[in-house]
Write a protein that binds this ligand. Structure first.
Ligand SMILES: Nc1ncnc2c1ncn2[C@@H]1O[C@H](COP(=O)(O)OP(=O)(O)O)[C@@H](O)[C@H]1O
Ligand SMILES: O=c1[nH]cc([C@@H]2O[C@H](COP(=O)(O)O)[C@@H](O)[C@H]2O)c(=O)[nH]1
Length: 292
């Protein structure tokens, strides 16, 4: 089995939901759910639940020690830098579960720097696939891309953090972006142009997700490149993109359809209040891939 190392952020996610239409500049009745998040952590948890050989390199505060126990239970190998407090992500969702606004308070991730990478050199050298998120500091990314020639899978996280990967586009193997991030890094407007522009810059594969409008995969060789979304009554859309990417990585290892598998994982995630769906397991995903 391929060795996957995921490097990046773990957060505490506070996911707020209003009962009715959001009224700005006012207090909205609703409920708040707390779960572990962070793009790298979410991808790693999904991959571990899918039975992959995965190690997460991240930063954790003392407030996240229950995640250490969770990781043991699901066979997720973990190596972390101790920090004073785990960063927080606060997202407000409307009554349909769609994110309206979010705040990411993540200065502590600056500690995921060059030294942190150096400390885990052996693990990175031994990996077949290295998955990165844009929570990593610029110094960590520069050190990684300069010193380790790996098969990099990258999630840009947000249009705000996407710029960190601009100098390294040609060194990335597979990129997962949503529509806003895609427009920002390619300066193109429509999906096909975004995909082609990024392939021209040297990427091997681009997954572009468009929320309820489905997902594209652009590579230089294939023709089947669009998957529609599955209709669902969703709890919230947080974590769907990360589950999608984990599904793609799993499918590529298992030789099944990555776009369809990613979409199934995203669909399952939309249906839980948490950032990752705890019901995810390989047999269930395999049977859904056959069924859908
Ligand atoms: N409202 C929705 N209805 C159905 N599927 C959705 C919806 N929002 C997201 N998805 C699914 O999740 C995937 C990733 O969502 P998207 O919002 O594009 O990514 P990100 O979470 O990275 O911004 C989509 O390709 C789709 O399969
Ligand atoms: O700057 C960041 N914003 C948001 C996240 C994380 O993004 C996840 C949701 O991502 P998506 O809905 O795109 O799959 C949440 O768990 C949140 O903690 C992150 O790691 N860094």
């Amino acid at each position: 089995m391929k060795k996957i190392v995921v490097i990046g952020g773990t957060n505490i996610d506070l996911l707020a939901h209003t009962f009715d239409q959001v009224v700005l500049e006012d207090s909205n009745p609703g409920y708040i759910n707390k779960s572990f998040g962070g793009v790298a952590r979410n991808i790693a948890e999904n991959l571990a639940r899918l039975g992959m050989d995965v190690t997460l390199l991240t930063a954790l505060g003392k407030d996240a020690m229950s995640f250490v126990s969770l990781a043991k239970r699901i066979n997720l190998k973990l190596s972390y830098q101790q920090i004073s407090q785990t960063p927080t992500y606060l997202a407000v969702h409307n009554k349909n579960g769609e994110m309206v606004v979010a705040v990411s308070a993540m200065e502590e991730f600056e500690k995921l720097n060059e030294n942190f990478i150096l400390k885990h050199s052996k693990l990175i050298e031994d990996a077949d696939i290295v998955v990165l998120d844009a929570n990593l500091s610029e110094s960590a990314l520069s050190f990684l891309f300069k010193n380790y020639k790996k098969t990099y899978y990258v999630d840009l996280i947000s249009s705000h953090k996407a710029y960190k990967f601009l100098p390294y586009i040609s060194k990335i193997h597979t990129l997962k972006i949503n529509e806003v991030e895609g427009k920002k890094i390619s300066n193109k407007e429509n999906p096909y142009d975004i995909g082609q522009e990024l392939l021209n810059q040297g990427l091997k594969s681009v997954y572009l997700t468009l929320g309820k409008n489905g997902a594209y995969n652009f590579t230089n060789k294939q023709t089947d490149f669009y998957q529609k979304s599955f209709e669902s009554k969703m709890q919230n859309d947080t974590g769907a993109g990360d589950a999608f990417f984990a599904g793609v990585i799993f499918a590529e290892q298992e030789n099944i359809n990555p776009l369809k598998t990613g979409t199934i994982l995203a669909h399952m995630t939309l249906q839980t209040k948490d950032t990752v769906n705890k019901k995810i397991k390989p047999s269930l995903v395999m049977s859904l891939v056959k069924e859908k």
